[in-house]
Design a protein around this ligand. Structure first.
Ligand code: HEC
Ligand code: HEC
Length: 395
């Protein structure tokens, strides 16, 4: 049973934590069997390089008691096995902690979200840049981490008081005191801020941002790309062909940061509605517009119709393992996404969800052959982290 494998805290090698666990004993299994879709969680083992805040953040990221009803932690929708994206790849959006409820968007990978700058307007380029979530509505990882616990369609707690009571009961609650001082859990607001700060610290660790794909190894001169992968990269970079790097930069930054495959700007690709989105059929108190719901993306965040239908350019790191695709999960395969880029304006594709502001200069009629689309897919597959391990598995 999954529950018995959870939180093998005894295995922690970190001596500093011992005192905490002697008080609390091994973490009790706070999980109940409520969540019938529970997936196999990896044992929460903590890297010995982690400081106390990162350890706390990781424990909280995998803490199933923090939803109402209990059972849904961050990893339920951000599974480390698939680059911290949603393991329910058959569903375009994510399931809530409360049965039968769903969010309205495809979830995002948490890996590399630490590099997203706060939302700002770049006057020189006349574009919005940064901000977390598909629509840029929050500015930091810590602010982001306060969203899901109170979102009725996600972890569904009614208020921060409920959350702080849960935090106080954690077997490792004293870790809060160790990191944030004796008042750490004294008020709901402070406790909630500390929780979010610790989760953000974990999300900034190399464990979540490993830069360990085949492509990273290639950039460092430690691996060779196959002929097909190199063809894909060339198409990806070529302004006359894929022109992908115009929005998904593929080369290291001037300061040496490896490429993040996003320039953090926003575009309306003409992404169609996804009729399979279960959000459409939620009751009116959760979705007042029913089937006529339209996701305005950045336009809603900045309250400007000229930005309607635009979503943040996502990283393409790990994209081969984070299906489905685009903000509403409308396409299930990479080939489909690329076929859409290629022939959106010259073949039969469904209408865009938001007809205004569609980018018609950089995509829609790329004139790529099927072979070239496949080369691009094969290149994108080199962006999956953990390449060494994958490679040795194949041997
Ligand atoms: C019910 C599923 C669900 C749960 C639980 C959940 N998330 Fe998410 N997460 C999502 C979805 C869906 C999005 C995209 C939502 C949007 O853009 O409106 C997202 C987006 C994010 C992002 C933004 C990434 C980016 O590039 O902007 C981060 C970071 C994140 N989640 C972290 C967390 C943390 C931390 C927790 C736990 C406190 C958590 N999530 C719990 C579904 C979930
Ligand atoms: C004009 C900017 C722009 C260009 C050029 C561009 N993209 Fe994108 N890409 C985006 C935006 C914006 C999204 C998200 C749109 C949405 O969700 O509605 C996206 C999404 C994607 C996704 C889905 C990722 C996910 O996690 O859901 C893939 C795959 C992708 N792009 C690959 C490519 C490839 C390959 C090319 C070149 C053929 C390319 N893109 C060219 C802006 C761009």
């Amino acid at each position: 049973m999954v529950g018995q494998k959870r939180f093998h805290l005894c295995e922690l090698s970190v001596i500093a934590l011992l005192a905490v666990f002697l008080l609390g004993g091994c973490a009790k299994n706070l999980h109940d069997d409520h969540d019938e879709d529970d997936h196999e969680l990896p044992v929460v083992s903590i890297d010995s390089s982690f400081n106390a805040k990162e350890r706390l953040g990781k424990l909280l990221f995998f803490e199933k008691s923090l939803s109402t009803p209990p059972g849904q932690d961050c990893s339920a929708c951000h599974d480390p096995e698939i680059a911290f994206a949603d393991p329910l790849t058959g569903l375009p959006v994510s399931k809530g902690a409360r049965p039968g409820l769903f969010g309205n968007r495809n979830d995002m990978t948490v890996s590399y979200a630490a590099f997203v700058p706060p939302l700002h307007f770049n006057k020189g380029e006349d574009v919005w840049v940064g901000g977390l979530f598909w629509d840029g509505r929050v500015n930091s990882l810590a602010e982001q981490a306060q969203g899901p616990p109170l979102n009725p369609l996600e972890m569904a707690n009614p208020d921060t008081l409920t959350i702080v009571e849960k935090l106080r009961q954690l077997s490792y609650a004293s870790l809060f005191i160790e990191v944030y001082g004796s008042e750490a859990l004294s008020t709901p607001d402070l406790a909630f801020d500390n929780m979010a700060d610790a989760i953000a610290a974990y999300e900034m660790t190399p464990e979540v941002n490993p830069f360990s794909s085949k492509y990273d190894h290639w950039l460092r001169g430690e691996a060779e790309l196959s002929e097909q992968e190199l063809r894909g990269l060339k198409l990806f970079d070529d302004e006359e062909k894929g022109n992908c790097a115009a929005c998904h930069p593929s080369r290291p930054e001037e300061d040496g940061t490896p490429p993040l495959f996003t320039d953090f700007t926003y575009d309306n690709l003409g992404t169609p509605r996804n009729p399979e989105n279960p959000f459409y059929s939620l009751p009116p108190e959760l979705n007042p517009d029913g089937f006529s719901f339209i996701d305005l993306g950045l336009g809603k965040t900045v309250n400007d119709p000229a930005q309607n239908g635009k979503f943040r350019v996502p990283t393409l790191r790990n994209v081969a393992i984070t299906a489905p695709y685009l903000h509403n999960g409308v396409y299930k395969t990479l080939f489909n996404v690329l076929a859409f880029y290629n022939t959106r304006d010259v073949s039969c594709w469904p209408d865009p969800e938001v007809a205004e502001n569609v980018n018609r200069e950089e995509l829609g009629n790329l004139k790529l052959t099927n072979q070239e689309l496949e080369d691009l897919v094969v290149f994108l597959e080199t962006l999956t982290d953990g390449w060494e391990e994958l490679d040795s598995d194949d041997d």
